[in-house]
Every structure is written in structure tokens, then in C-alpha cells.
Design a protein around this ligand. Structure first.
Ligand code: 7RM
Length: 654
């Protein structure tokens, strides 16, 4: 296994196939290729049939309007996402069904039925209105994994105010950048959240951020700390800050859902790209909900009595689409957990599965590799007999981890869905259908019905190995990059100019049986523990340190995280090298971006390998960081640089 492409080596040998277990296929929503055929015959009619499973206030007049690279789906249709996720479940027995079963890290629990959710979301929607939030206004959400995160998102959707959720692990700077880019009017945060037994000071971070966010009028603060003395005493700014629970006491529980145009904005979510500035990915209403609804139902084979748990954080797209919108649009029961998988011990996830009778479990390969390392005994202590389906997302899963998941967690009884998709795609794109697809460890298998994906070479010809390409628009596709449509065109639609083909930034191969193997990013985007981080973001954080002249960041293979960050740093001539400089730089990056971006290795170097035109050759640095023989250096301005650097690195490592 090497670098970011764990699938590549195994690809050659991997010929194991796992047909769906008969009992599973017998009762699955989809156990044949009828949907693939329907979609192939009439892709618009196929998506239209899915859209009809939602509740619309007004029908659409056209399914798709495609003027590359801009698509409109369900043109003229009117609907509301919160209405579809809540109100439409209130007529029958689902009214009293658990929508959210939440557990905090310390062990406190709360359950919301659909009826409860309707009340809370309606009340908070009225709170938003009372604070001057109108249709189209942006609302920033910076919360731990508490039910209020989902309630706030749904309340925004109810009034038609696009939300921008910022992962609670991001720094004040990152939060401020995102608030300012979206010009959010309101920020929703908490006095803290729990992670590995300690408190994350979200409010303090929010205060620091808001100081440089002129657009913020109010900050609503959730009191997570009730009963936990460590949290009491968040400083409230008079006039600006308001407690969630106090606002809710006053709020009316009746709030009609705003009819939204199918193409109205549902949310903005920032994701890393190849420059230092994260992109505000824009998602719409009708197409997005249609595809998250359809994929949740089919990919997870969701049934009325399932207990579904997606372990992602709502701060990432997986949390948006597969904790909140997809499952709730399907009327599912969702488990939501606040904390770490190893707190208070390494069996926590499995205890949660047993306690709530989880039937569908969706997590990331990095988590699976951590569980593997922790050993089977933690798993064996829990009764996992209710599990019937497993899923993964976030990065390529190496076949070893896939087999462990299959055997140890799934007891060889549960199909595994390896789902490929992105923040930009909004919903699952390439995936097995668990009642139909014969799965194979390490591959996301085939496009979801209605998705057209293939592999192209640089010139746009079909190839066995090359770039993953999406050749037809899909309902949940991003509509643009917030405030930068030019970047939208350039980043995603210019690789095969003029052909209206989407370039996701991933490399891929097709095996002799036609399975798609996604091999990871081909651009300067890292995938650390399933989180996207741009090398340029980390580099710009490093060079903002007073002692640093230049920095080049690469990903190096990591057993559990998939990739870890290695930073090659050139110091200023005036810089004073001291014992704690490595730590200082690591802390600096953490403070600038957040812990997820902290470099694991910092290597000081007098010079960086550059081409004659001055481009840093990251490929060579990656070779060094991973201890490989250095590749082709012929385009280097000074080939000796790389050899000096390699000697130095090996000297330090050894
Ligand atoms: C959902 C999510 C997207 C990037 C994507 C890939 C990688 C995600 C898989 C995968 C191989 C998978 N959104 N990726 N899932 N690679 N197999 N099943 O992760 O925007 O944060 O990241 O993640 O490189 O481009 S994301």
C-alpha cells in the first residue's frame, strides 16, 4: 500500500466478490437493474419520478434546463425542505416516531419525535424571524453535535434563509473568513461542546471571530453546559448575544413553511480547494432534496423500522445530507452522537449500536482503521446483531479495512456500501446498491442510477485509468461557488473545455469487470482522516508565521488517517531557531485553521525543489516524506537541492 492511493496496488489482485445475502436481497428496495435501465432510457423521467415522492407546493414545468455549466432542476417547482423533512410525516404513525435519538459524550440523552421536531423547528424559525432573518439572509452555524444543530438548519430551511454550517473544530480565523465571505447576519453557537472529556470553547472562539465580522447582528448561544459546571459562565455581550433557551421560551410554535423555488439556495458549505481560500459550495432546494432523498432510501435500503446512524459531524457535507436532510426526508430514526469514538473507552460506538439497536451504520475508513488497531475485543463486548447494512465514505477504503469491517462488524452478514461523492456533488454518486450489486473490497463499484460517470484521459477520451468524470448534470450538483462563478467554471468545468463535463478532481481506474476504483485526489487537496484540506491553505498559514519565509506542504501516507501533513519550511534569514519552533509552527497552523490541519512533520530546509519557472515540485517532496527513491528531477532548476534535502530528511528521521 502506498501513499494516497491504497486502492491502486490491491486493484490488480482484488478479485473477491460479495453478492448480496439472499435474505437481504429478498426484502431490498432494489434487487435488480430496473432502475438503472429506467434511468438509461430516460434520465429526466427517472429523476422526475423521484421528485414526485417529495411534497411540492407547486409542480415544476421542466425537469432540467442545462446551459453548461449551469443547471436548473425542476424549474418553477415550489417546495420547502423542512416541510418535507418534518411536516409531511405528521399525519400518520410517524408523528410519534423518534426522528432524532441524541446522546451527548457525557452520556446525557434526548429523543425528539417528528412531532417534537416540528415544534422545536417551528419555534426556532420564529426566533430567526424575530431577529430580523428574512428569506435569502445567510445564517452561520457553529455548533457541537447537539440536536440544536439539526433544529437550527431545519429552521433556516423553513424560513428560506441559507445556512452556512462551520465545523466546530475550525479556528476563530476560519470561522470569521466563512462568515465574512457569506456575509452572514446571524451566528448560532454554543457555550461549549464535549470532546474526549474536555470542553471545546466554542463561544470564546465565536467571540474572537465575530470581532472582525461586521455583518453579524446577533449571536444565539445554546446552553450545552446546563448541569456541567465547567461550562457555566460564557460571557454574553449585552445587546448582541442571546440565549437560545430564553428565546425559545417566548417563541410561537406555529410557523408556516416558506414556499421556496426549486432553485432557491438551501445552503452554502465551505470546502478546501487548491488555493488558500476555501470555496463556498452552493446547494439548491429541489434537486438537492430529491437526490439526497433517493440515495438515502436506496443506498441504505432504508425501511420504516430502521435505526440509522451516520457518525459524521454536521459540519461536513456528510452530516448535512446523511444525518439531517436525506434521512429525515425519508422519515427515518437517526442516531446522533456528540463525542469521540474512544470516550470513555474504545467501545463507545459499539455500545451505542447495542443500546439503540442500530441497524444501518455509516462511517469513514479512517475510523474503521482506528477500530482495527484498537482490536476486536472492544467490538465483541457489544451485541451488534441488529446491524444489517454498513457504509463508508470520505476516502478510498483499503481492502484490508473493508474485510475487517465485513467480518468483525458485519459478521459477514451485512452488505457494505462504499459511497463516493463530494461536498460539490451534494449526494452519493458512485455506490453499490446493497440488494443488487456484488460488492468488491476497495471499490465504490458503479454509478447510482441516473448518474453518468466515466473515466477520461487528458484529451477527454474514454480510458481504463485516468480522471473520474461526470458526463451529465445531476439534481444535487452544486450550482456555483458563492460569489465566484468564474472559479466555479474554471475548477469544475474547464478540464474538458466546452463539453459540459464535470471534473471532480479524483483519479480513477476501471477493473476488468467494469468496477470503478476511485484512487484519490489528483490536485493539491489532501484527505486527512476523511477531511479535505488544501495544501495552499496550510502553506499560507505557515508563511503567516513571522519566522517563515516559504513553505511547501504534502500529504504522506498514514496508517489510520490515510494521509498526514508534512510541511517543508524555509525560515527567514533573520529567524532564530529554537527548540520549540516545530511546536510553535504546528500550534500556529492549528490556531489559524484548526486541529485537523496541524502538520504532523515539520522539516526545515534551506531551499525547496523548484522548476525553472519557480513551481515547487511537491511530487518530489512527497517522495522524500514517504522515504521513497526520489522520482524524475530533470525539470528542477537545481537538481542538487532535492538530494541535499533527502539526505537531511533521512538524517533527521533516522
Ligand atoms: C463526502 C465527502 C470528497 C473527496 C472526493 C474523494 C474522497 C470520498 C470516497 C472518496 C474514494 C470513496 N466529501 N472520497 N468518498 N474516495 N472512495 N468512497 O467526503 O468533499 O469532503 O471529500 O473525498 O477524493 O473527491 S468531501
Amino acid at each position: 500500500m502506498s501513499d494516497a492511493r491504497p486502492a491502486l496496488d490491491s486493484f490488480l489482485e482484488e478479485d473477491r466478490k460479495f453478492p448480496p445475502p439472499k435474505e437481504f436481497a429478498d426484502s431490498a428496495h432494489c434487487a435488480d437493474d430496473r432502475l438503472h435501465q429506467a434511468a438509461d432510457a430516460d434520465i429526466e423521467g427517472y429523476w422526475e419520478a423521484w421528485a414526485r415522492e417529495l411534497d411540492w407546493f407547486e409542480p415544476w414545468t421542466r425537469v432540467l434546463e442545462w446551459t453548461p455549466p449551469h443547471a436548473k432542476w425542476f424549474v418553477g417547482g415550489k417546495l420547502n425542505v423542512a416541510y418535507n423533512c418534518i411536516d409531511r410525516h405528521l399525519d400518520g404513525a410517524r408523528r410519534n416516531k423518534a426522528a432524532l435519538i441524541w446522546e451527548g459524550e457525557p452520556g446525557d440523552t434526548r429523543t425528539y419525535t417528528y412531532w417534537d421536531l416540528h415544534r422545536e423547528v417551528s419555534k426556532f424559525a420564529n426566533v430567526l424571524k424575530s431577529l430580523g432573518v428574512e428569506k435569502g439572509d445567510r445564517v452561520a452555524i457553529y455548533l457541537p453535535m447537539v440536536p440544536e444543530a439539526a433544529i437550527a438548519m431545519l429552521a433556516c430551511a423553513r424560513v428560506g434563509a441559507p445556512h452556512s454550517v462551520v465545523f466546530g473544530g475550525f479556528s476563530p480565523d476560519s470561522l470569521a473568513d466563512r462568515i465574512n465571505d457569506a456575509e452572514a447576519k446571524l451566528l448560532i453557537t454554543a457555550d461549549g461542546g464535549f470532546r474526549r472529556g474536555s470542553v471545546i470553547q466554542l463561544k470564546a472562539n465565536a467571540d474572537e471571530a465575530v470581532e472582525r465580522c461586521p455583518s453579524i447582528e446577533h449571536v444565539v448561544v445554546v446552553r450545552r453546559g446546563a448541569g456541567a459546571s465547567q461550562l457555566v459562565g460564557a460571557h454574553m455581550h449585552q445587546g448582541r448575544d442571546l440565549w437560545w433557551h430564553e428565546l425559545m421560551e417566548e417563541a410561537d410554535a406555529h410557523c408556516p413553511a416558506e414556499p421556496m423555488d426549486a432553485e432557491d439556495l438551501l445552503y452554502i458549505l465551505y470546502t478546501s480547494g487548491t488555493t488558500g481560500k476555501p470555496k463556498g459550495v452552493v446547494h439548491s432546494t429541489g434537486g438537492y432534496l430529491t437526490q439526497v432523498y433517493a440515495t438515502t432510501k436506496l443506498v441504505f435500503d432504508l425501511k420504516e423500522d430502521d435505526v440509522y446512524w451516520c457518525t459524521a459531524d454536521v459540519g461536513w457535507v456528510t452530516g448535512h445530507s446523511y444525518i439531517v436532510y436525506g434521512p429525515l426526508a425519508n422519515g427515518a430514526t437517526c442516531v446522533m452522537y456528540e463525542g469521540a469514538p474512544d470516550w470513555p473507552d474504545r467501545g463507545r460506538f459499539w455500545q451505542l449500536c447495542e443500546k439503540y439497536g442500530v441497524t444501518i451504520f455509516y462511517t469513514a475508513p479512517t475510523a474503521i482503521r482506528a477500530f482495527m488497531r484498537w482490536g476486536e475485543s472492544w467490538v465483541e463486548r457489544a451485541d451488534l446483531s441488529k446491524l444489517r447494512l454498513l457504509g463508508t465514505v470520505g476516502e478510498p477504503i483499503n481492502p484490508e479495512a473493508w474485510m475487517w469491517y465485513h467480518e468483525v462488524i458485519g459478521k459477514e452478514r451485512c452488505p457494505i456500501v462504499d459511497t463516493w461523492w463530494q461536498t460539490e456533488t451534494g449526494a452519493i454518486m458512485i455506490t453499490p446498491l446493497p440488494g443488487f450489486t456484488h460488492t468488491r473490497p476497495g471499490t465504490a463499484t458503479h454509478p447510482f442510477p441516473g448518474i453518468r460517470a466515466t473515466i477520461l484521459d487528458n484529451d477527454g477520451n474514454e480510458a481504463r485509468g485516468g480522471y473520474l468524470a461526470i458526463t451529465h448534470p445531476w439534481p444535487s450538483m452544486l450550482r456555483t461557488i458563492w460569489g465566484d462563478d468564474e472559479r466555479y467554471r474554471r475548477t469544475y468545468w474547464s478540464r474538458w473545455e466546452g463539453r459540459g463535463i464535470y471534473f471532480p478532481g479524483d483519479g480513477a481506474k476501471r477493473d476488468p469487470d467494469g468496477y470503478l476504483w476511485i484512487l484519490g485526489r489528483v490536485d493539491d487537496v489532501l484527505n486527512v482522516a476523511g477531511h479535505r484540506i488544501g495544501t495552499a491553505e496550510v502553506e499560507s498559514a505557515l508563511v503567516s508565521h513571522p519566522e517563515v519565509a516559504e513553505a511547501a506542504v504534502v500529504g504522506k501516507h498514514h496508517e489510520v488517517k490515510g494521509q498526514a501533513i508534512a510541511a517543508f519550511v524555509t525560515l527567514k534569514e533573520s529567524a532564530e531557531i529554537h527548540d520549540t519552533l516545530v511546536e510553535d509552527l504546528q500550534d500556529h497552523v492549528r490556531d489559524k485553521i484548526g486541529s485537523i490541519a496541524k502538520p504532523e512533520a515539520v522539516i526545515f530546509t534551506a531551499e525547496l525543489p523548484k522548476t525553472r519557472s519557480g513551481k515547487i515540485m511537491r511530487r518530489l517532496l512527497k517522495d522524500i516524506a514517504e522515504g521513497r527513491a526520489v522520482g524524475d528531477t530533470t525539470t528542477l532548476a537545481d537538481p542538487a537541492v532535492i538530494h541535499r534535502l533527502k539526505e537531511k530528511y533521512e538524517g533527521e528521521e533516522g
